[in-house]
Design a protein around this ligand. Structure first.
Ligand SMILES: [Zn+2]
Length: 296
């Protein structure tokens, strides 16, 4: 009884303390709801750094981004570096290369003639003889070009056209003598270069170029009149099929005199590589020659 009486006496105090506890708990909930979401949003914004649509998020929504942005960030960072680099590396070559070839290579030219390496003699094979008696000489070409030339000569012969080899492979030393002789005839290296190449700049020492004539018109050998022969006309129409093209057509970009007799073989990979710079230069030339037009 004593206990109950004291309890009833103390009831106001008990009620007051219970009310105080309730207020404190309630206040604590308010403080939590005000401050905790803000810290969560801050981490969300700073980690995602993206377009933050922040419709007062619940804590469940804001908590995962701490983990999620890591893969999100790592993917975009990897992708941009990979994607722009790939096209950047791919696209320049087709654009840059052709112009770079002509620009960088033209200064290497001498009087318009391009430099070439001398062919390895062991790959050369005979393509026939030219001249008579003591002046007769054997001409040769690289075996790939020689095979194509012989086939072309045989097919032309079947049509009644006689294509003959005048001059095939020539060493750089041979070319040096030839060019010196041409300088004496023409008066200057500049004038000589219109008709002949300086040593080291002739297509003849590649083993893939040759001068041809018409067997029925030897008087037109190495003359512009060769253009009027059946052999020349036949070659303009058909030589490309066998892999031959005119090196110096009319108004060629190299500024070399028109040489209807001088042809080069370009069908094999090696031959095409050797004459790739010349091809790049031809790309800008306006040639009326059918064989050249097809290469542009
Ligand atoms: Zn020639």
């Amino acid at each position: 009884m004593k206990f109950l009486r004291s309890l009833s006496d103390r009831w106001p105090f008990i009620a007051l303390s219970l009310a105080t506890t309730a207020i404190v708990l309630w206040a604590g909930l308010i403080v939590r709801s005000v401050f905790e979401p803000q810290t969560a949003i801050q981490t969300n914004v700073s980690s995602s750094a993206g377009p933050s649509s922040t419709p007062l998020p619940s804590w469940i929504k804001t908590a995962p981004p701490l983990v999620a942005p890591l893969p999100q960030q790592s993917v975009p960072t990897l992708a941009p570096t990979a994607t722009p680099t790939a096209p950047a590396a791919k696209s320049p070559p087709p654009k840059v290369q052709p112009s770079a070839i002509s620009r960088n290579s033209l200064p290497q030219a001498r009087y318009g003639h391009l430099p070439y390496a001398e062919h390895l003699p062991e790959n050369l094979v005979s393509i026939g003889t030219y001249g008579q008696g003591s002046n007769q000489r054997t001409e040769s070409l690289d075996k790939e070009a020689a095979a194509a030339f012989e086939q072309m000569v045989a097919d032309a012969k079947a049509s009644g056209v006689r294509i003959i080899p005048i001059s095939g492979f020539r060493t750089i030393t041979d070319q040096e003598k030839l060019f010196e002789r041409q300088i004496k005839r023409q008066g200057s290296p500049e004038a000589a270069s219109r008709l002949s190449a300086p040593a080291g700049y002739s297509e003849h020492h590649t083993g893939y170029a040759l001068d041809v004539g018409d067997g029925n018109h030897p008087e037109k050998d190495l003359k512009f009149e060769f253009e009027e022969t059946a052999a020349y006309k036949w070659m303009v129409d058909r030589a490309q099929t066998y892999g031959f093209e005119l090196s110096f057509p009319n108004n060629n970009v190299q500024g070399v005199s028109f040489e209807p007799w001088h042809w080069r073989y370009v069908k094999s990979g090696r031959a095409a590589a050797i004459f790739s710079v010349a091809h790049a230069l031809q790309g800008g030339s306006a040639s009326g020659n059918a064989a050249m037009d097809d290469l542009q």
